[in-house]
Design a protein around this ligand. Structure first.
Ligand code: ADP
Length: 346
């Protein structure tokens, strides 16, 4: 961010509060000439700052001689025919005569619009997050309640209802795990506990687990017969592999999900390719962002919160590795993770 000079104005004591001095930044921001500002009453020369309580604050500084720090106010500026809302942080410092009497006040205003926007964005993001969590939790809960009440009313065990109850409970469970992970990933640096890992066994276990969740897909593994030993956080890497495999399954109707493992010397490359609906080109740069869900996910009514990929990427990066994607609409997606066998020491 370019640090911009603050606005500085010195105001004479007196009923009119005439501007004694102003720096060029005032003219720049307000689009006025120095003549339009110098020697003119403050609220006439710069009427945009009037009516926000500044008058009372100025009066107070004149009367008491105590400085005032940190009032943040929006000022609506007309610049080149465009109305801009600029947020200023105002500081008032009294200027005294040798006798101690307050002769004037220096008003320094710093443009804090960027910080205000960032704060507002964070707040919007937080509200959207809460709304989305509420929305995502609601469907499974409604369905759980519905089926449980149905059984209660009929006073009879219903295998189909029970199956739905279990599926919905599992979905809730996954959502809460996702949530916990996000909060954890956001609040603390991802904790990695490295230990010895047999890469082949890890890949085979992850693919077996993923295969157990689907009959419509075949998970094929292509892997060298032997690979160097690795030092990773086995649970975390297994979690990422599982996530990517489940996404491959989730975003394709069926067919093969292909896992190709290649030894690259210092690191191993694991590519997971599906033949699913693919990711639109314009969405590709965003899919690793928290809560981002592309059109293919939303329109296909596939459930999710857009958290799996950002968490996976953070976990792989915590191992000194990288997670990338290639995808073509209609052809499928390939997620590739490259992991050094040993986590580089920082
Ligand atoms: P979620 O699946 O919960 O929406 P993810 O973080 O797993 O969130 O993925 C983010 C987005 O990336 C998804 O919403 C989807 O649009 C897209 N995506 C992820 N994996 C695939 C895949 N294998 N094929 C197609 N699109 C995918």
């Amino acid at each position: 961010m370019l640090l911009q000079a603050p606005v500085a104005i010195a105001v004479f004591r007196g009923p009119q509060q005439v501007i004694e001095f102003a720096n060029p930044r005032v003219c720049e921001l307000w689009g006025r000439t120095l003549e339009q500002v110098f020697g003119r009453p403050l609220f006439e020369a710069l009427p945009e700052v009037a009516g926000q309580g500044l008058e009372a604050l100025l009066d107070d500084v004149f009367a008491t001689g105590t400085p005032h720090v940190g009032s943040e106010l929006p000022v609506s500026l007309d610049r080149a025919g465009r109305r801009d809302l600029v947020y200023f942080n105002f500081v008032y410092a009294p200027v005294r005569e040798p006798s101690g009497e307050v002769r004037g006040v220096i008003v320094v205003a710093t443009d804090v619009s960027e910080q205000v926007q960032m704060r507002e964005r964070a707040e919007t993001e937080r509200q959207e997050f809460v709304a989305m969590v509420a929305h995502e939790l609601r469907n499974p809960i409604t369905s759980l309640m519905g089926y449980a009440q149905l059984m209660q009313r009929r006073e009879r065990y219903d295998a189909r209802a029970m199956e739905t109850i279990i599926t919905q409970a599992q979905r809730l469970d996954r959502l809460t795990v996702d949530l916990r992970e996000t909060v954890r990933a956001r609040l603390v640096a991802l904790a990695i506990t490295p230990g010895p890992v047999d890469v082949r066994s890890l890949v085979l276990a992850a693919t077996e687990q993923a295969q157990a969740t689907t009959e419509a897909h075949t998970i094929a593994v292509e892997m060298p017969g032997a690979l160097p030993p690795a030092r990773w956080d086995a649970d975390r890497v297994a979690q990422v592999l599982g996530n990517l495999l489940l996404n491959g399954i989730k975003y394709s109707e069926g067919g093969e999900v292909h896992v190709r493992v290649t030894d690259e010397g210092e690191s191993v490359r694991i590519a997971i390719a599906d033949r699913g609906n693919g990711i639109p080109l314009e969405a590709l740069p965003h899919i690793f962002e928290s809560f981002y869900r592309a059109e293919n996910a939303v329109s296909g009514s596939r459930r999710g919160m857009g958290l799996v990929l950002p968490i996976s990427k953070a976990l792989i990066e915590a191992h000194g590795g990288a997670l990338t994607v290639e995808s073509r609409v209609g052809a499928g997606s390939t997620f590739t993770l490259t992991l050094p066998y040993d986590i580089p020491t920082p």
